[in-house]
Design a protein around this ligand. Structure first.
Ligand SMILES: [Zn+2]
Length: 84
C-alpha cells in the first residue's frame, strides 16, 4: 500500500516519496512533510530566487563563507581568538 498526499500547489495526489521531509520536527518527534510535491517545490524555489535575488545571493554567500571557514586551516574559532 502506498501512502499518498495531496500537493497544495498542483492539487494532485502523489505518493509520499514525491514529497521531501522538512528539516524541523513537530512536538511528538514526527518529521513534517512538505505540503508541496518535489516538482512544485523546485518551481517555487526558482520563483523565490527570481523574486528575492538579493536574499538568495546573501544566502549563497553565507553558505560559501561557512564552507570556506571549515576548510580553511588558518580559521580561528571566535572562542579561541586573540581577544580572549
Ligand atoms: Zn505539486
Amino acid at each position: 500500500m502506498t501512502i499518498t498526499k495531496t500537493c497544495r500547489d498542483c492539487k494532485l495526489e502523489k505518493p509520499i516519496t514525491e514529497f521531501s521531509p522538512r528539516q524541523n520536527y513537530n512536538k511528538s518527534g514526527v518529521k513534517y512533510m512538505n505540503s508541496f510535491c518535489k516538482h512544485c517545490l523546485t518551481i517555487r524555489a526558482r520563483n523565490w530566487q527570481k523574486k528575492n535575488p538579493v536574499k538568495y545571493k546573501t544566502y549563497q554567500d553565507e553558505y560559501k563563507e561557512e564552507r570556506q571557514a571549515h576548510n580553511d586551516e588558518t580559521y580561528i574559532h571566535p572562542a579561541e581568538g586573540p581577544n580572549n
